[in-house]
Design a protein around this ligand. Structure first.
Ligand SMILES: NC(=O)c1ccc[n+]([C@@H]2O[C@H](COP(=O)([O-])OP(=O)(O)OC[C@H]3O[C@@H](n4cnc5c(N)ncnc54)[C@H](OP(=O)(O)O)[C@@H]3O)[C@@H](O)[C@H]2O)c1
Length: 288
């Protein structure tokens, strides 16, 4: 059994790795900071199972390259946990010019799934998105999926966590017939490094509220549950909280929005990676 887990170098992801390490044969860890990851995994008994993959999820060129490295080493993936993410100052852009919240929390994982699809389908994989209850305060994005008009840290974060759930639903819509399953989850309010790259006021707010948060180990429980529970006990395409089925916001159930996000993400990937036709690029620039 092969696992791919993003965001394993801190918080919820690290605890997820510790719990799942004995249960998988090979574990691919896409990480943006290789020296940090190397130092961390030195402490692990079964570190020979782990393959570190250089990948900054906010940079599509790196995601594509990293996915190619994974596919050169395995043809079958059984579980993919899209856990990396965070809160960034509204309007902050990646080196490729994409909103950092959108790129890291949604588009990078979207591309990772697209690139790994052959191996995910072969492994009849579970694709798990670490979303958040913050999705409930997201506004309808209209056509501004890539948050070009948003300069608010919290609303950008809420939008991308909504996108995690919409992506889960569309994945199931498109690939359930190939044996793929997908789930989204809220990990709880967890005492991690979360928010360390946010704006000053958001960092202050998070630092205060962290006093009441649960431990990273407790925060990893629903990710671990969804990765390991018998498939027949889970509801494909659903949202979980505290290891139980939970209801999403109305917006997160909007199938037209899920399809529109998918289409936009495909076009955005083509644009960023230079595959878009000039007509398509002009069309995108016009509507946003
Ligand atoms: N903590 C909470 O209360 C809470 C609540 C709801 C949802 N969540 C979600 O839970 C997930 C995990 O968060 P956490 O609380 O464990 O936060 P964390 O301790 O800050 O861990 C985030 C992980 O994501 C990685 N990461 C961030 N940006 C990346 C990038 N551009 N490319 C590659 N990796 C990147 C980080 O790598 P580095 O080690 O290099 O920084 C780290 O491993 C996130 O999706 C978050 O939105 C958290």
């Amino acid at each position: 059994m092969n696992l791919v887990l993003t965001g394993s170098t801190s918080g919820i992801g690290w605890e997820t790795l510790l719990a799942l390490l004995p249960q998988f044969d090979r574990i691919f860890l896409p990480v943006r900071n290789i020296p940090k990851a190397e130092k961390l995994i030195q402490t692990l008994a079964e570190k020979e199972k782990i393959v570190l993959i250089p990948m900054d999820l906010s940079l599509m060129a790196e995601v594509k390259k990293g996915a190619e490295i994974i596919l050169s080493q395995t043809q079958e993936i059984h579980v993919l946990i899209n856990n990396a993410g965070g809160m960034y100052p509204g309007g902050k852009r990646s080196k490729e010019g994409i909103d950092l919240s959108f790129a890291t929390n949604h588009l990078g994982h979207f591309l990772l799934v697209q690139e790994l699809l052959p191996a995910l389908i072969k492994g009849k994989a579970r694709v798990i998105q670490v979303s958040s209850e913050a999705h409930r305060i997201a506004q309808h994005p209209g056509k501004d999926f890539s948050l070009k008009k948003s300069s608010n840290t919290l609303s950008a974060y809420a939008s991308v966590k909504l996108f995690n759930i919409l992506f889960t639903k569309q994945l199931v819509n498109n690939y359930a017939s190939d044996g793929l399953t997908s789930y989204a989850l809220h990990p709880g309010a967890v005492r991690t490094a979360f928010g360390s790259e946010a704006s000053t006021w958001a960092k202050g707010l998070i630092a205060f509220t962290k006093l009441f948060f649960i431990s990273p180990k407790a925060g990893a429980a629903t990710s671990i549950f969804l990765a390991t529970a018998p498939a027949k006990s889970l509801k494909n395409g659903s949202y979980y909280k505290n290891k139980k089925l939970s209801i999403t916001s109305t917006l997160a159930k909007d199938s037209k929005l899920a399809q529109a996000l998918w289409n936009f993400s495909m076009e955005e990937i083509d644009r960023v990676l230079g595959n878009a036709s000039p007509d398509k690029q002009e069309e995108n620039d016009g509507i946003l």
